[in-house]
Design a protein around this ligand. Structure first.
Ligand SMILES: *Cc1c(COP(=O)(O)O)cnc(C)c1O
Length: 375
């Protein structure tokens, strides 16, 4: 999809917010604990390369992504720090892992056996592939289920000259919840894995943002995988208070492209789901579901000069209409996410309207919307 620069709709990414969120987190970490910035899914919609570079200057020492291609994107952009792919990379792609010097996740014994077969044929494998073993302690997603299974994986890796055991990690399912019992259960299981091993790799890690924010005194490991907190969003939504103020990094802005006064009884939008009950000022905003501003956003109020204006009628693919309290000039700024005078719309407000989480809101914002970086 082409990025649409020649239209007033844009996502403003505040570099300072990203940088401060990282620095504030690093300040709280013990000296021995490193921060890897999680920049998967195009940096949660904030731009992977740009956020990675900001994170790097703020003190991050490595990166996590979800897929091989996301890792390659960072390397192609000149990032030389460790990059860990968090999800499974099929062994058939191992030559790329070697070429780009990546660290990858291993979750099953079958993968290791298949990888050894592939590596036999890869004559160029001079540097061993860096492996992080994933322990599934209760997320039920990927990983080895028992300490014995992890031990066996370590043995296979260490017996293979083409593989290097670089890390051991797990992932928490409920670190963002008030009820901590399941978090402790997973921690106990992860500690049991650690205890069962007679030596440990370079990196041990368990913490996503929520764990780092709310379980910092007791989280196992020497590295954290810091994601949503860097973007200034509270991982728990409304459930837990922020440990320190997180600064939202993204604003979503547009401008009015037409303003008109409709008489009473006029329809607005596809399906004519809105009829003007009286004479009304209607503004059109050039953003729609193709930009990731979903049809369910009908009824949500946007900010124009500090005043909330309801989205009336259906959200179209490229445009939507709002009811204005009075006439405004074409070109007046419209805030979809961010501050306008003394009012604010947060990513969380959008998520609440959609019945989802803010993670999904920033990831859904499409490539068509340009990301503009401000100091
Ligand atoms: C996405 C992800 C993270 C980051 O989670 P946040 O809640 O955004 O901090 C950490 N670890 C794994 C395995 C992930 O998939």
């Amino acid at each position: 999809m082409v990025v649409t620069y020649h239209r007033p709709t844009r996502a403003i990414i505040h570099k300072k917010a990203l940088s401060e969120n990282i620095k504030n987190e690093i300040k709280r970490l013990p000296e021995s604990v490193e921060l890897f910035a999680v920049v998967k899914a195009d940096g949660y919609g904030h731009g992977a390369v740009a956020t990675a570079q900001i994170a790097l200057s703020a003190g991050a020492t490595g990166f996590c992504v979800a897929t091989l291609d996301e890792a390659i994107e960072l390397r192609e952009a000149g990032i030389t720090e460790p990059i860990l792919v968090l999800s499974v990379v099929f062994p058939s792609y191992l030559s790329l892992v070697v070429d780009y010097d990546l660290s990858i996740t291993v979750a099953t014994k079958e993968w290791l056996i298949e990888a050894q077969e592939v590596l036999k044929d890869l004559a160029k494998t001079t540097t061993p592939i860096k492996i992080h073993i994933k322990a599934d302690t209760g997320m039920g997603r990927i990983g080895f289920l028992t300490p014995d299974a992890v031990k066996e994986a370590v043995e296979i890796i260490e017996a293979s000259p083409n593989l290097l055991w670089e890390g051991l990690f797990t992932h928490f399912a409920t670190a963002d919840e008030q009820d901590t019992s399941y978090w402790y259960k997973q921690t106990a299981r992860f500690n049991a894995v650690i205890d069962a091993l007679d030596h440990l790799p370079r990196y041990i890690h368990s913490s996503n943002s929520a764990t780092a924010l709310w379980h910092d005194k007791e989280m196992p490991g020497n590295m954290i995988r810091y994601g949503v907190g860097m973007y200034g969003l509270n991982p728990s939504g409304h459930e837990l208070a922020e440990t320190y103020p997180l600064k939202p990094a993204m604003e979503l802005l547009s401008e009015l492209i037409q303003v008109k006064e409709l008489p009473a009884g006029e329809g607005v939008g596809y399906g004519k789901t809105y009829d003007t009950p009286k004479k009304e000022w209607i503004g059109t905003v050039p953003i729609g579901y193709a930009d990731g501003w979903l049809r369910k956003m009908q009824g949500f109020s946007l900010l124009v000069e500090g005043e909330f204006c309801e989205t009336i009628g259906r959200v179209c693919m490229d445009q939507l209409m709002i009811r204005l309290p009075r006439e405004f000039k074409v070109g007046t700024k419209v805030t979809l996410i961010g501050k306008s005078k003394d009012q604010e719309i947060t990513m969380q407000d959008v998520a609440d309207h959609l019945g989802t989480i803010h993670y999904e809101v920033c990831c859904t914002l499409s490539e068509r919307v340009p990301r503009i970086y401000q100091k």
